[in-house]
Write a protein of this length. Structure first.
Lengths: 76, 76
DNA sequence: ATGTGACTCTAAGTCCGTC
DNA sequence: GGACGGACTTAGAGTCACA
């Protein structure tokens, strides 16, 4: 369920920044609808995409992965 | 050059564990030739693949990403 | 401002092999 | 044991129209 966890984390971080999917998409060079796919767990990003998103969210990529680890531990 | 950095890190961690590409591939459920592609910087993994590799390498996925960040900072 | 379906295109990942 | 190639299948990257 890593896709879903990533989606949850992404949405949470985005909302913490108070920006829209549209804004995040634009500033990371990704399509708005693609952000939507990620947040709904319908896509799993490559690490390149992870780095792009992290930059706009003002987080280290490793911090985002770390959040994922926490969710992932309590589930398999 | 994120692909190249990931390849370097992967190779380093694998050799530290003293296992072959074949072994890493088998234990992570990935193809041996794909491990080779990753190490040579010809492919970039998804985060799902990252988690699979990290497990066999006995590292946290975030630790691996962290190593990447260090390499990446001094280059763009 | 977002969800969703229906795409196309490219890259992830596999499987065969040779050197 | 690993580099490298070809041919392949699957899934991510990226876009658009519409609700």
């Amino acid at each position: 369920m890593l896709e879903n966890f990533f989606g949850q984390v992404l949405k949470k971080l985005r909302e913490e920044r108070g920006i829209s999917q549209e804004n995040l998409g634009h500033n990371s060079g990704l399509d708005r609808t693609y952000i939507s796919l990620l947040e709904r767990g319908l896509r799993v990003p490559t690490i390149v995409t992870l780095f792009k998103l992290a930059k706009v969210l003002d987080k280290k990529p490793s911090e985002i992965i770390s959040l994922l680890e926490n969710l992932n531990e309590n589930s398999d």
